[in-house]
Design a protein around this ligand. Structure first.
Ligand code: HEC
Length: 187
């Protein structure tokens, strides 16, 4: 027991405020550490946000292949995407490093290297937020087109490193050699 804890124990009334604030400052202790109390909900929240920014990207991706339809909508979407991207790295506490390579439907697709290279992950989120800001402020069509490619590139840059790639179900050798007749009821 440290000297401070002994004091907290003997004269609680005297030093209680001091003891409490010390406990509250401890990482993961006290209320509000949702990464500790609700890691699965944190994962769901970040996946929801990702899905929604994907939807907001639709008119932004489109403008690389056809003339800009609704400039105001593109700007507003880019602003929201930027705001979401600013919050992204804060939704990845270490307690959510729960990727399971063996699960057919893992609860998270966020790969463990995120927590080995968190500075890089953090920087990529910041760069993506910046790209969204540039998109929101682009003045003319060529600038908007360039900005949209850069913004999509910033999503891909992070996903390439830290998001489990989609793998279509694999056909195994045993699928071809499987004896179907033996599995069917006898005629
Ligand atoms: C800094 C890294 C980073 C950036 C930038 C980023 N993402 Fe993601 N994204 C992730 C990670 C990690 C996951 C996996 C989250 C999980 O499963 O816990 C993910 C998941 C997703 C998913 C799948 C969501 C689901 O339901 O599983 C979509 C869609 C997506 N991102 C879209 C985007 C779009 C669009 C952008 C750019 C506007 C973007 N992301 C930028 C890291 C990033």
């Amino acid at each position: 027991m440290t000297l401070k804890k002994i004091w907290c124990f003997i004269v609680p009334a005297l030093v209680l405020p001091l003891c409490l604030s010390a406990a509250d400052r401890q990482v993961g202790v006290g209320q509000g550490w949702t990464g500790v109390t609700h890691p699965k909900e944190v994962i769901v929240a970040r996946q929801e946000l990702m899905e929604h920014i994907e939807l907001l990207m639709e008119p932004i991706d489109t403008l690389t292949v056809q003339p800009v339809q609704d400039v105001e909508r593109v700007r507003q979407n880019a602003e929201i995407i930027g705001a979401v991207l600013l919050s992204v790295p804060h939704l990845f506490p270490p307690s959510t490093n729960l990727f399971d390579a063996k699960a057919s439907q893992p609860q998270t697709l966020a790969l463990p290297p995120i927590w080995k290279q968190f500075d890089t992950f953090y920087r990529l989120a910041g760069l993506a937020a910046k790209a969204a800001e540039v998109m929101a402020e682009a003045k003319d069509e060529p600038a908007m087109r360039r900005a949209s490619l850069a913004l999509r590139g910033s999503c891909d840059a992070c996903h390439t490193l830290y998001l489990r790639r989609y793998e279509p179900p694999k056909t195994k050798e045993s699928d071809y050699t499987f004896d179907f007749d033996s599995a069917l009821p006898a005629k």
